[in-house]
Design a protein around this ligand. Sequence first.
Ligand code: NAD
Length: 488
Amino acid sequence: MGTDFRASEKVMSEYPQTHLYIGGIWRDGSKERLSIVNPASDEVIGTVANAGRDDLDEALATAATGFTAWSRISAFERAKLLHKAAQSLRDRVETIATIMTLEQGKPVAESKTETLAAADMIDWFAEEARRAYGRVVPSRSVNVRQVVVKEPVGPVAAFSPWNFPLNQAVRKVAAGLAAGCSVILKGPEETPASCAELVRAFADANLPAGALNLVFGIPADISNHLIPHPVIRKVSFTGSTSVGKQLAALAGAYMKRVTMELGGHAPAIVFDDADVDLAVRILAGAKFRNAGQVCVAPTRFLIQEKIYARFLDCFVKAAEAVKVGNGLDSGTTMGPLANGRRLEAMDLLVTDAVSRGGKVATGAKRIGNRGNFYKPTVLTDVPLSALVLNEEPFGPIAVVSSFSTYDAAITEANRLPYGLAAYAYTTSGKTSAALSRDVQSGMISINHHGLALPEVPFGGIKDSGYGSEGGTEAMDNFFNIKLVTEAI
Ligand code: NAD
């Protein structure tokens, strides 16, 4: 596979120590720092500050005063500041991308794309800040004026994961700040430094102290402290369904507004009439991007009988063409898995599938014994009882099955409690219209991969969560609605 560890050694010195950011100051936490491991080499490359209760209390206090200050700045000025933060990311894209690849493993081209996409996200929400219109409601009396206004909900506790260290965080931070909220962001402890660079972009743009705070530590200690606290008015979490359910229950007990972006198990349905080459190219790209550690990654490949053999053959070739290696090496198209837990999960899912009669069409093996490298994997003949067809694999495993009728495909697509993304390929307008009605998911992308742009909603239904992290809907999650009715 040609992994060049020297590449990571060369840039190790570029990996920064990560601090907390509280009240406009970068500082250490009161607990012992946590180690960061490069998933391509297993080497410790740095440490991250670890917040104690005292640090969290300071973050809460400064988020309260920061909210007062920030929410009173006009939307026009807030937008200008957000645009500056976006530019700061663009100006530093090379540095940030290297940091992200060192700690998360993804190919540096993907890290650059993620950084630039985060800048676009900030720009879009900056503009939306200026369009947070209210409404005038015609009244029952000529002497009454009724106005509906949007007000920022208050300080937000935001929890973002390690798979997209910038892009999961920026959706919460940019939309929240654009709406006039202050934010305490709990970043990902395993990939903290690139996430901290996002916060640095806002610091560079002179965001008022306390409007954005960054903490790291023991996730459960932080959520248990922040969510019930009266200062926090909204909770936004991206991560697994099991943790999401715990946090939503806690937030519910304290009547906090919630957005949950949780796991998925996306079906990709390819009909006999589809452009098979197009479907293989786009779906293989979507499957193996970020080593499959993507909540919207296609996992259940449902292929109509007539084209099943051809699709499988082409898809296996596409999987075998993926160049696995150190994300810093040019030519690498898939890096290591981000942590050892994912490697163990892949082994468990494959062993379980094979023990139930599943067949390995390609991959299904760790590569080497240093770093978390795993072969792009395609499984067939997997029974519905297998773990991999029920739990989110969050890794480079595709399960390819065949179906005969439209109804059979829909039944399988909707079988799981997840409902995040879905994909379909067909040249029939009728089938496509029916799919967009019948598939139970928050997003469906037909004949292309069109998810996750700033201007479109991003979110799931059922166990995949609720609330949106894109489009105007994302801003609405950070507003209270107030009616002002006045006799004049
Ligand atoms: P995990 O379920 O323990 O953690 C998932 C995320 O939630 C991590 O970022 C973690 O820091 C955070 N977290 C965990 N417990 C928390 C708590 N009590 N309070 C606040 N945050 C908490 O496991 P993991 O090994 O990190 O990830 C495994 C699974 O999580 C994956 O298989 C995938 O299903 C899911 N995941 C989903 C996304 C996504 O984009 N939706 C991102 C990362 C992980």
